[in-house]
Write a protein that binds this ligand. Structure first.
Ligand SMILES: Nc1ncnc2c1ncn2[C@@H]1O[C@H](COP(=O)(O)OP(=O)(O)OP(=O)(O)O)[C@@H](O)[C@H]1O
Length: 252
């Protein structure tokens, strides 16, 4: 994945103003944005997905410009070929596991024939060991199963990038460890590029081939500890950096 982000956004709520000013480029397959609550992680992820429109700048993914304020480009979310997995998974409560996963095919340009459609859903049900639960509703699933359904629904559309918003926050500590392992295996097997946002350094340790720490709407430094107060404009393009996250223990 080649991700190139250079965005600015000002948000006002009453007397409070928040400035987002995020710049980085990376060719890593596993990017983690690590930061405390309110540092601007979700806004950045939403800008990639097309769920938040920056005031200025650009977002490029591989060979596609998803957003460019100066050029007047702002692709609709469904045309960006990225999959956003929300913190609470956002499953449809009235649809079965099978129907929720199949829904992933309705988005975007990927519009297979009915038989391919069934095959694809069967494939993902099997891949996530969800076949026995295919007829169940989200309410009738465990937390781990719900997360698997959300991932299957995201992956079935073959996205160019998987965007994960605090994917383990809704799980209890024991399950969190299990699901971290599952996602780690899955990403390595499928080689699906991902951008994961989290406040938990443990997530960064496991998934952060490239870790960018956010503070007050900016990239504070990268995992190698290169402080860049100007918002990481000078960060080198990098394909991989050490897994070790320096000084990240302060986030809770
Ligand atoms: N629509 C909005 N209007 C005004 N301010 C907003 C709006 N959306 C977000 N903000 C502010 O922008 C800041 C960054 O929000 P963001 O959701 O990106 O944080 P975050 O790092 O993802 O935090 P968390 O981990 O708690 O989800 C916060 O201070 C938030 O209050």
């Amino acid at each position: 994945m080649h991700l190139d982000i250079d965005i600015r956004k000002t948000l006002r709520s009453g007397k409070r103003t928040f400035h987002l000013d995020v710049r980085f480029r990376s060719t890593s397959q596993r990017i983690v944005l690590l930061g405390a609550s309110g540092s601007g992680k979700s806004l950045t992820l939403k800008a990639i997905a097309g769920l938040m429109r920056p005031d200025a700048g650009h977002v490029r993914l591989n060979d596609t410009t998803l957003f460019d304020a100066a050029a007047g480009i702002d692709l609709k979310p469904q045309l960006r070929n990225v999959a956003y997995v929300f913190q609470d998974y956002a499953l449809f409560p009235h649809l079965s596991v099978r129907q929720n996963i199949a829904f992933g095919l309705k988005r975007g340009l990927f519009n297979p024939r009915a038989s391919d459609h069934r095959d694809a859903v069967d494939y993902w049900l099997a891949a996530f060991q969800l076949e026995p639960t295919a007829h169940q509703l989200p309410d009738e699933l465990s937390g781990g199963q719900r997360q698997r359904v959300a991932l299957a629904r995201a992956l079935i559309a073959r996205p160019a990038a998987l965007l994960l918003d605090e994917p383990f926050a809704a799980l209890d500590p024991e399950l969190r460890t299990v699901m971290r392992g599952e996602l780690d295996d899955l990403q390595r097997r499928l080689q699906v590029p991902m951008v994961l946002i989290t406040h938990d350094p443990a997530d960064a340790e496991i998934f952060g081939e490239k870790v960018l720490r956010m503070r007050d709407g900016r990239i504070a430094d990268d995992a190698a500890g290169n402080i860049d107060p100007a918002g990481a404009a000078a960060l080198p393009e990098t394909s991989a950096s050490p897994l070790h996250v320096t000084g990240a223990a302060g986030f809770a």
